[in-house]
Design a protein around this ligand. Structure first.
Ligand code: ADP
Ligand code: MG
Length: 726
């Protein structure tokens, strides 16, 4: 019988960390909390920083203001009880030079240090505030490298070997885990030991020609060197993850992401779609609905869509356009093509307000064409809804407009040919998208519209399986919006300004960050309270309305509708108004506590105005305290109206996860890649993934492709949620 023990003494990637020397079940459980369960997971637990302990800095040469790592001897330490908090102070020295270390609230350090210990410290150096030391480090990270009191133990050969991991080299610093019990030092020993026993032939599914072209090093060396850099490696390259080892690991990760997206893209296109016919009659119908001359960008984008629609394979296209760039008419033109070909069209909006608005403009623009247009919303009477569904099933409803959820869940079409998804802010719908086609019927074309410009890196990641069209031109006759930042103690003059604008025939939005005063009471003025305030005191002679997320759908629609028809002068609202609502006479947008909003959100809000010919104004009111980052956002708003510039900056400030507003918006959970840092590598990975799947290069065999796809399935797919890659 084969023994069940691990007889080869070699670790492969799938081995549970429990069997790695020095871990065992108890530590394995702690690692599990960090999402580390296999050898592979632990290999990807890369240092977040590296310390050059080869040439540690001399205390004498340190300058205030710099980050430095210092190796020195403990001279003395003590706990200081001040009135505000206990402070732990320690003096370390090299010869005659000393340095003070200070930790706040750190009673737990009391028994940690003894004179004579050798310690490594890392932190920001500053001028000393008191005492006779010249310099100090506040709250440094530290490690005890050598303790003469325990020198006996060091005779132990094992200990001696570990000691060489701590000094005289570039040392990896890991984030601690297990509530501090798994220290950086612990990780160093465990990971070093694990690497020594790692299977020399790690599975490698990237075709050799790609490895060569990209200059990748072999996988085992890549892991070794990312954890334990060779002595000549530049510290700056290491911190920036730009060594050959880092490049290799990042490229691999992004390569498999792009491979998955590309497969998905190809698979969607391999299905049978509708090839729409474009003849003179269709062309004339498309032209006839235009209420204005389309912009060059609108013409170009329509052509891209039409080219797709004529093909026998299904369209999967993303239409990106800044707020107000005129996406709606382009969508309606595509709808006309499908309807003229005898197909039905579904237009899905994220909210009822928007669905209703699309319905009203569709009625207005497509009325003369005599199409059957229906609206399906949750708040309609069930009898009415039943009737609408019957029309859809029979095919007499040619354009069906409703919310995403509604159309997807309960509607059966007779002959669906085109789906238009208005995603506005809610990204990732496409990922969960189920097409509501009949079995056996052709796959409908899909056009996804988004109003927030998405930086290219993110578009490649989240929408990498879609083709992209860009509306990068605003319709003519728009006057640029004037944007000002105003402190909220100037509120009275803002209201005076609003009053004058309304007298001149305009309407205004006033937006607040929250609905009711909650945890931050006293700091935030709530919409409801301000609504009363404005209506009763500040603007008593104006018609003030209220719109917020806790109102019922009917109440919301009623409020929005009366604002749209001009029965309300000033609409006090929370951010529910943010999504594509179009009220041409609204030319003033006052945003209270603008410092609390994200940049893309501010941009979206501002996009509600500036839609007519009149001069529009955006007033950013700010509270007493504005952080430097918030001020940067406000400055950007005042400086530019370019959505892409704003999106780029928002991404820089908040990172990819937050940019999309929710964590689960289809953003992959990367192991080593970082989209802000690794854009260039993402582009390379995308090119190479396409190159491999094209299969036209003699150095890429069917076996290479099969290996890569298999590796994607077994190693990356779950992480990226790319679903059933065929
Ligand atoms: P968005 O891209 O934000 O959805 P819309 O489609 O709502 O933008 O268009 C914004 C406004 O601009 C609408 O009032 C629309 O009628 C108008 N518009 C769109 N295209 C043109 C054009 N080519 N010429 C003049 N006005 C246009
Ligand atoms: Mg087609």
């Amino acid at each position: 019988m084969r023994p069940l023990v691990y007889h080869r003494n070699v670790l492969d990637l799938a081995t549970s960390v429990q069997y790695v020397k020095g871990i065992g079940p108890r530590y394995a459980a702690m690692l599990q909390e960090k999402g580390i369960s296999t050898v592979e997971d632990l290999l990807y637990y890369l240092p977040f920083r590296y310390e050059d302990r080869m040439n540690p800095r001399g205390i004498a040469e340190l300058r205030p203001g710099e980050m430095a790592s210092v190796i020195a001897e403990v001279r003395g330490s003590g706990l200081l009880r001040t009135r505000r908090m206990p402070i732990f102070e320690m003096t370390v020295g090299q010869g005659g030079n000393t340095l003070k270390c200070i930790w706040f609230n750190a009673t737990y350090l009391q028994d940690k240090f003894r004179a004579g210990q050798l310690v490594a410290l890392y932190g920001k150096v500053e001028s000393s505030t008191r005492g006779h030391d010249r310099l100090q480090i506040l709250q440094p990270q530290f490690e005890i490298l050598h303790d003469p009191a325990q020198a006996g133990a060091e005779a132990n050969e094992e200990e001696g070997k570990w000691q060489t991991l701590e000094t005289g080299r570039i040392v990896p610093i890991y984030e601690a885990a297990g509530k501090g019990r798994l220290t950086p030092r612990w990780f160093r020993r465990i990971i070093h030991g694990m690497l020594e026993r790692l299977d020399p032939d790690l599975p490698d599914a990237i075709p050799p020609v790609v490895r060569a072209q990209m200059g990748l090093i072999d996988r085992r060396s890549a892991f070794w060197q990312a954890h334990w850099p060779e002595t000549g490696e530049s510290l700056a390259d290491l911190q920036a993850a730009r060594t050959p080892a880092h490049f290799t690991l990042i490229f691999e990760e992004l390569f498999f992401l792009e491979l998955g997206l590309e497969l998905k893209r190809r698979r969607a296109r391999a299905q049978d779609g509708v090839s729409f016919l474009i003849n003179d009659q269709v062309r004339a119908a498309v032209k006839r609905i235009l209420p204005f001359h389309p912009t060059q960008a609108q013409k170009r984008v329509l052509k891209e869509i039409v080219d797709d629609m004529r093909q026998g394979r299904p369209m999967r296209r993303l239409l990106q356009g800044d707020v107000g760039s005129g996406k709606t008419i382009v969508a309606f033109q595509a709808a006309v093509i499908a309807i003229e070909n005898g197909y039905q069209v579904a237009l899905m909006a994220p909210t009822e307000i928007l669905a209703t608005q699309h319905y009203l403009s569709a009625r207005r623009i497509l009325e003369q064409a005599g199409y059957g247009i229906v609206l399906l919303t949750g708040s309609q009477e069930s009898l009415h809804k039943k009737d609408v569904r019957r029309h859809i099933a029979q095919g007499s409803a040619q354009l069906v407009i409703g919310t995403h959820a509604l159309i997807q869940d309960s509607v059966e079409f007779d002959k669906l040919g085109l789906v238009i998804v208005d995603e506005q802010h809610r990204f990732g719908v496409m990922q969960r998208f189920r097409l509501m086609k009949k079995t056996g019927a052709a796959e409908p074309d899909v056009l996804v519209m988004t109003a927030t410009p998405i930086p290219r890196t993110l578009a490649l990641t989240v929408y990498g399986d879609l083709d992209t069209s860009l509306l990068d031109e605003l319709p003519p006759g728009r006057t640029p919006i004037k944007t000002r930042q105003v402190s909220d103690d100037m509120a009275h003059s803002v209201w005076e300004f609003v009053r004058r604008q309304v007298k001149a025939g305009r309407q205004a939005y006033v937006v607040y960050p929250v609905i009711e005063e909650g945890a931050m009471a006293g700091e935030l003025k709530a919409a409801i309270k301000m609504y009363d305030e404005l209506r009763n005191h500040a603007l008593p002679e104006l018609r003030v309305g209220l719109l917020h997320g806790r109102m019922s759908p009917e109440e919301k629609d009623a409020a929005m509708a009366s604002f749209q028809r001009g029965a309300i002068d000033v609409l006090v609202s929370t951010t529910v108004v943010e999504v594509g609502v179009d009220v041409p006479h609204a030319s003033v947008m006052v945003i209270e506590h603008a410092e609390r909003f994200g940049l893309s959100q501010l941009h979206q809000l501002r996009g509600r105005i500036g839609r007519g010919a009149a001069q529009s104004y955006c007033v950013l009111m700010t509270g007493a305290r504005v952080s430097p980052e918030a001020q940067q956002r406000l400055d950007a708003m005042v400086r530019t109206q370019n959505g892409f510039e704003i999106a780029e900056m928002d991404l820089q400030q908040r990172g990819p996860g937050e940019f999309f507003g929710t964590r689960q918006a289809g953003m992959p959970d990367f192991r080593v890649a970082n989209l802000l840092r690794d854009r260039d590598i993402l582009e390379l990975a995308r090119k190479q993934a396409r190159f491999v799947l094209e299969g036209s290069n003699e150095h890429i065999t069917q076996q290479h492709i099969a290996n890569a796809v298999m590796h994607l399935r077994t190693h990356w797919n779950r992480r990226y949620g790319l679903v059933e890659v065929g």
